[in-house]
Write a protein that binds this ligand. Structure first.
Ligand SMILES: NC(=O)C1=CN([C@@H]2O[C@H](COP(=O)(O)OP(=O)(O)OC[C@H]3O[C@@H](n4cnc5c(N)ncnc54)[C@H](OP(=O)(O)O)[C@@H]3O)[C@@H](O)[C@H]2O)C=CC1
Ligand SMILES: CC(=O)[C@H](N)C(=O)O
Length: 264
């Protein structure tokens, strides 16, 4: 049993497996009560029971399909009405449909709904409450594939959205007691790969992290107030250089006339 003080309630989406299940465990260990969200109620129930026993925290769950509009609205209503919420971990997500020309359009749409639309709507649902209480955090799980497209344009596009959306949110909450973090995991050993039709064992093992290590690093980043956390990146200066170069580049992207190199 844990003697940790209650830190409020953390809502963790995609808690039925992989990264989300590790977040649930670590956050309960830190003293959060939990609301777990995913489709597989049996897994959520089992995890909730285990965490209640291990950490003596309140753990409830909402079985919901985050690609379903009605289910997303139901989760929104429940979490926006809960004043105890201090943390939202937008982790639920899926990959696959790598080749656009042959992608199943409905499956691609479901991916966008979970990775992008649900993340946006659930953020919108909790943010006013966090701001009113001037406390709490939102953690959005993106991917290093926000910056690279080898896993296909649909997945990569959803994760680029998560990064830009979160960075804008960081501007929005600046100066308040609310923190917003975006986490960019590299390849992490979870069910994600098989579900996406890929074999993680084809990757060199030196580039594959465990979900435990990934989440522990991301939580260190959160505790330090990091805005962008890349657990695999050894040299933090590289991220600063990259983000600085991007900002400087943006400074050259407006003019009242086309650049001379486009003269007809
Ligand atoms: N594994 C990796 O290499 C990387 C993963 N990520 C990101 O990490 C996040 C977690 O993935 P990971 O733990 O690896 O993969 P898992 O497949 O292990 O977990 C995905 C979670 O998302 C939930 N989920 C998927 N679809 C839906 C849906 N329609 N409605 C509700 N919940 C859903 C699943 O629950 P259920 O099936 O019960 O609904 C599950 O709990 C994702 O956003 C992924 O993009 C980022 C970079 C690398
Ligand atoms: C699938 C992923 O999102 C992962 N970050 C990767 O780099 O392969």
């Amino acid at each position: 049993m844990s003697g940790q003080a209650n830190k409020g309630t953390a809502v963790v989406t995609g808690a039925s497996s992989g990264i989300g299940a590790v977040y649930a465990d670590r956050l309960a260990g830190q003293g959060y009560d939990l609301v777990l969200v995913a489709r597989r109620a049996d897994r959520l129930e089992e995890l909730a029971e285990k965490l209640r026993y291990a950490y003596d925290r309140k753990v409830s769950f909402i079985a919901a399909d985050l690609s379903d509009d009605d289910d997303v609205r139901r989760v929104e209503r429940m979490i926006s009405a809960d004043d105890s919420v201090t943390l939202l971990v937008n982790n639920a997500g899926l990959g696959g449909q790598q080749v656009v020309a042959t992608a199943d359009a409905d499956a691609a749409e479901r991916m966008i709904k979970v990775n992008v639309i649900a993340l946006t709507r659930l953020t919108r649902a909790v943010l006013p409450g966090l701001l009113a209480r001037n406390r709490g955090a939102i953690v959005n799980i993106a991917s290093v594939l926000a910056y690279e497209t080898s896993f296909g344009g649909i997945y990569s596009g959803t994760k680029a959205y998560v990064v830009n959306f979160t960075e804008a949110l960081q501007r929005e909450v600046a100066g308040t007691g609310v923190k917003v973090q975006v986490v960019l995991p590299g390849a992490t050993r979870t069910d994600f790969w098989e579900l996406a039709g890929s074999d993680i064992d084809q990757l060199p093992k030196e580039i594959v992290m465990s979900a435990d290590d990934m989440v522990d690093a991301a939580l260190v980043g959160l505790a330090r107030g990091e805005a962008v956390t890349v657990p695999a990146l050894a040299d933090a200066a590289k991220l600063d250089t990259f983000l600085g170069a991007r900002q400087a580049f943006y400074g050259s992207l407006h003019a009242d006339k086309p650049a001379a190199r486009y003269a007809a």
